[in-house]
Design a protein around this ligand. Structure first.
Ligand SMILES: *Cc1c(COP(=O)(O)O)cnc(C)c1O
Length: 434
C-alpha cells in the first residue's frame, strides 16, 4: 500500500466511532472490495481529490447525478443565486413549476409530477400511488433491481417461479413484504405465469429498464414488451424506475430508448432521481393525469415532504436539465462512454482476460465474463477476487470506479478523450496480471 491512504484512514477511524461503519450509505464503506474508503475533499470536472490530495478520474459521479461533471459553472451560478434567496420556505415556488414543466416536456409519458427528495421516497410513493389507483395489493419486482430502501421493496428473494419474497433486511417483518412478488429479470415465462395466476391482484410491475444495481443489465425488448402488454391486459400499472437511467442513458430516459424498439411504448408511472437534482437531494415521480389525481390533496393517496421541491435543489436541477437539453449532448456523451468500453474490451482481449461490457448514453457496465449476463444469477458468477484486483489496481493508478462489481459506472460531459485513454491504459496494465 502506498502512503496516500493515511489521512483517509485517520478519517475512517474517526468516522467509525460516530457513524455506523463510518459511512452514511453502505456501499461507500468498501466492504465488498476491502481497504480504506477515500474521503473526498473536493471535486472539479471529471476529477475528485481525497483527503491526501490524491486525484482520481471519477467514474462514479455521485452514483449518477453528476452528468455534467463536478462544479459546472452554469449550475454553480444557479445554485449560488438561489442560496441568496433563501434555503427553504415550505411553500410553493415558481421554480418547482418550471422544473415540473421541463420534466414533462422531456418525458411525454407523464402529464404531472410530484417532486420529492430522494429516489427511495419517489419509489415508495409510486408504489403507494399504484396500489391506491388500482385498489390492489400485489407488487411485482425483479431480482437484482433496486428501488430504494422502502420496506415493501427490500426483497431480493430466490429465483423460483412467482416466489413471494423474504425480506432482504432485518427489521422488515415478513408481513410487510407478503404482497411483494419477486421474479427473475428477463424471464418472460415467469411474468406470464404470475399474471395467469394473480393477474387481478397485481397493482403494478416496478422495473429498472436498464438494471444499474446489478452493474448493467438491459431488459430485453421482448421482456419489456411483455411487461407492458400484461399490465395493460390486466389493469396493472407499469412503473419504470428511471432514478438511474432517466436523463442519463438518453435525454428522454430509457423509456425513449425502448419506445424506438416497441412502437407506442410508455410506462404508466415513472420514478426519477439522481440526474434531475444535478447532485442536490431531488427526485420525482409522475404519470398521466388520471393516475396522479389520486394523490393528496386531490385524492386519497397521502404523500408529503417538508423539503420537497426545495428551492436550491430545483435551481440545481433546472440548470442541469438546461445543459443536458442542448443539441448533441447525448451523442458526445454516448460516444465517449462507448470509447471507454471498447478501449477496455480491446485491452482485455489483448491480455486474454474474459471481459464484456455495454453502455447507453452516459451509463456503462462491464463484467469479467465472456458474455453479457441477463439475470442477477449470471451477474453473480463474476470472479469477485479478480474484480477486487482490478478495482484496487485502478484506484492505485488514479481511476475511481464503483467499489463493488454489481454497480454501474458513469461518464460525464467533463471527461476528456485523454481521461478515457489514461483509464484504458491503467486497466490494460492491470489486465496483464489478471
Ligand atoms: C439510486 C436508486 C434508487 C434510490 O435513490 P436514492 O436517492 O438513493 O434514495 C432507486 N432506484 C434506482 C434504480 C436507483 O438507482
Amino acid at each position: 500500500m502506498t502512503t496516500h491512504t493515511d489521512l483517509n484512514q485517520t478519517l475512517f477511524e474517526r468516522a467509525k466511532h460516530v457513524i455506523p461503519g463510518g459511512v452514511n450509505s453502505p456501499v461507500r464503506a468498501f466492504r465488498a472490495v476491502g481497504g480504506t474508503p477515500r474521503f473526498i475533499s473536493r471535486a472539479q470536472g471529471a476529477y475528485i481529490w481525497d483527503a491526501n490530495g490524491q486525484k482520481y478520474i471519477d467514474y462514479i459521479g455521485s452514483w449518477g447525478p453528476m452528468i455534467l461533471g463536478h462544479g459546472h459553472p452554469a449550475v454553480v451560478e444557479a445554485v449560488q443565486k438561489a442560496v441568496l434567496e433563501g434555503f427553504s420556505y415550505g411553500a410553493p415556488t415558481e421554480r418547482e413549476v418550471e422544473l415540473a414543466e421541463e420534466i414533462l416536456k422531456i418525458m411525454p409519458s407523464m402529464d404531472m409530477v410530484r417532486l420529492v427528495s430522494s429516489g427511495t421516497e419517489a419509489g415508495m410513493s409510486a408504489i403507494r400511488l399504484a396500489r391506491g389507483a388500482t385498489g390492489r395489493k400485489t407488487i411485482l419486482k425483479f431480482e437484482g433491481c433496486y428501488h430504494g430502501h422502502a420496506d415493501a421493496l427490500l426483497v431480493k428473494a430466490g429465483s423460483g417461479l412467482a416466489t413471494f419474497g423474504n425480506p432482504t433486511s432485518a427489521g422488515v417483518p415478513p408481513e410487510v413484504v407478503q404482497h411483494t412478488m419477486v421474479l427473475e429479470y428477463n424471464n418472460v415465462e415467469q411474468i406470464e405465469a404470475a399474471f395467469a395466476e394473480h393477474g387481478q391482484e397485481i397493482a403494478c410491475i416496478i422495473i429498472e429498464p436498464i438494471a444499474g444495481n446489478m452493474n448493467f443489465v438491459r431488459a430485453s425488448v421482448p421482456f419489456m414488451k411483455r411487461c407492458r402488454e400484461l399490465c395493460t391486459a390486466n389493469g396493472a400499472l407499469l412503473i419504470l424506475d428511471e432514478v438511474m437511467t432517466g436523463f442519463r442513458v438518453a435525454l428522454g430516459g430509457a423509456q425513449s430508448v425502448y419506445a424506438k424498439a416497441i412502437p407506442g411504448f410508455e410506462p404508466d408511472i415513472t420514478v426519477m432521481g439522481k440526474v434531475i437534482g444535478g447532485g442536490m437531494p431531488l427526485a420525482a415521480f409522475g404519470a398521466k393525469r388520471a393516475v396522479m389525481e389520486h394523490l393528496a390533496p386531490l385524492g386519497g393517496v397521502y404523500q408529503a415532504g417538508t423539503l420537497s421541491g426545495n428551492p436550491i435543489a430545483t435551481a440545481c436541477g433546472l440548470a442541469t436539465l438546461k445543459e443536458i437539453s442542448k443539441p448533441g449532448f447525448y451523442d458526445e456523451l454516448g460516444r465517449k462512454t462507448q470509447s471507454l468500453i471498447s478501449g477496455l474490451k480491446s485491452a482485455a482481449a489483448a491480455e486474454g482476460v474474459a471481459f464484456s461490457g455495454d453502455s447507453q448514453g452516459g451509463m456503462m457496465g462491464f463484467f469479467l465474463l465472456d458474455t453479457l449476463p441477463s439475470t442477477y444469477k449470471e451477474v453473480m458468477t463474476t470472479d469477485g477476487a479478480k474484480f477486487n484486483q482490478l478495482f484496487h489496481g485502478l484506484l492505485d493508478r488514479g481511476v475511481y470506479i464503483a467499489p463493488a462489481l454489481y454497480e454501474a459506472g458513469f461518464v460525464s460531459a467533463a471527461h476528456t478523450d485523454e481521461d478515457i485513454a489514461a483509464s484504458v491504459a491503467a486497466a490494460h496494465d492491470i489486465f496483464k496480471s489478471l
